[in-house]
Design a protein around this ligand. Structure first.
Ligand code: FA5
Length: 334
């Protein structure tokens, strides 16, 4: 141990450090080889020797990273000192710093809450196949539901994702049949834009599939998620609603977080805010992804993440979010 440490202390630059790493810590390094050699020892000795060797390797690794940081800092300082174009004595200009976009803030909040409930967070493509966006979620080519989402078709036959539901199939195939996942993402629809409709906007979708998953689980997850987002107890109510990929399907509302359900301009004095759609995943969707609907079932829910951010930050025109208008962004109270 002492010899290895001494050798590390004598390292003068990053090239020598790389050689040290190769000799001791890389896949073929001495310490790694010694650990690999443990398998040939008799069982009684193996545990004790393994523990000591692991401790030794970890201690060397810590010293290695410390040395690496010190060498890098030294190199940067030397560059700063010797570069005639950089004058480190000039006082820093008091520039306003950047800040996170409201969509990013809301996404992070949702992701944190869902992670704490054990959900996977999946990042999906914006360009998807026609099959993923429609057929795999039970919207075949002759289904009228296709007309509800005016789609940007690409010349190669693919589409710009019109809904995060387009990721259900891939997630079920990759992680199913037992999976809990959320998948926020940018969606595109060929809309005539106005204060509440953009052609590019964010949705967030969640899905839980397994044995004995029920609507009670769906309501619990929605309540926990929304209460976390708003930092107060939120109630959820379901109304019958149609989406081809869920059966039964619902629209769901959250009790207004701004007035506590008493009625205010945000909830149009109803006490409830319409958030999105949800329901039990249709058997056809499960089957197409190779999940047996007689054994497994689950729920899915989706909502307009952009809309949530607009309510959270009192933004009255969705077009401002993509506008790149710094005045607007600076005015947002985070
Ligand atoms: C859907 O897209 C379903 N995929 C949601 C779903 C998921 C239902 C899972 C059931 C199970 P819808 O078309 O209603 O549903 O869109 C959901 C939300 O996206 C809307 O409530 C709205 O907040 C948001 N949204 C839709 N179009 C736009 C748009 N052009 N601009 C801004 N937000 C939009």
């Amino acid at each position: 141990m002492d010899d290895i440490e001494k050798e590390l202390e004598q390292v003068q630059n990053e090239e020598e450090l790389a050689v040290f790493h190769k000799n001791y810590l890389s896949k073929t390094g001495k310490l790694t080889m010694m650990l690999a050699g443990l398998k040939d020892m008799i069982a009684e000795q193996r545990a004790e020797a393994g523990k000591r060797l692991n401790e030794l390797k970890r201690a060397i690794e810590v010293k290695f990273f410390q040395k690496q940081a010190a060498l890098r800092a030294k190199a940067v300082n030397e560059k700063l000192k010797n570069d005639p174009l950089i004058d480190i004595t000039v006082p820093a200009i008091d520039q306003p710093r950047g800040s996170l976009h409201p969509i990013t803030l809301v996404t992070r909040r949702i992701v944190d809450i869902c992670r704490s409930m054990g959900f996977l967070v999946v990042d999906g493509n914006e360009v998807v196949t026609e099959f993923e966006n429609f057929d795999a979620v039970n919207i075949p080519s002759d289904h009228p539901a296709r007309d509800m989402q005016d789609t940007f078709w690409l010349t190669n036959g693919k589409v710009l994702k019109t809904q995060t539901s387009a990721m259900q199939h891939e997630i079920l195939k990759k992680y199913g049949p037992v999976v809990s996942a959320i998948f926020p993402g940018r969606c595109y629809r060929n809309e005539a834009t106005d204060a509440s409709h953009e052609f590019a906007f964010f949705q967030c979708e969640g899905m839980m599939v397994g044995k004995d998953i029920s609507i009670a689980n769906l309501i619990y997850v929605l309540k926990t998620l929304l209460s976390g987002v708003y930092g107060k107890e939120i109630n959820v109510r379901l109304r019958p609603g149609f989406f081809p990929f869920v059966e039964p399907g619902f629209e769901y509302d959250a009790s207004c977080p701004f007035c506590g359900g008493k009625g205010c301009p945000v909830c149009k004095h109803s006490g409830w805010i319409e958030l999105g759609g949800c329901g039990m995943i249709h058997g056809n969707v499960l089957q197409m992804a190779g999940v047996d609907p007689s054994q497994y079932q689950g729920f899915a829910f989706g909502f307009g993440l952009t809309r949530l951010a607009m309510m959270q930050y009192a933004i009255n025109d969705v077009r401002l979010l993509n506008s790149g208008n710094l005045e607007f962004l600076r005015g947002i109270k985070r």
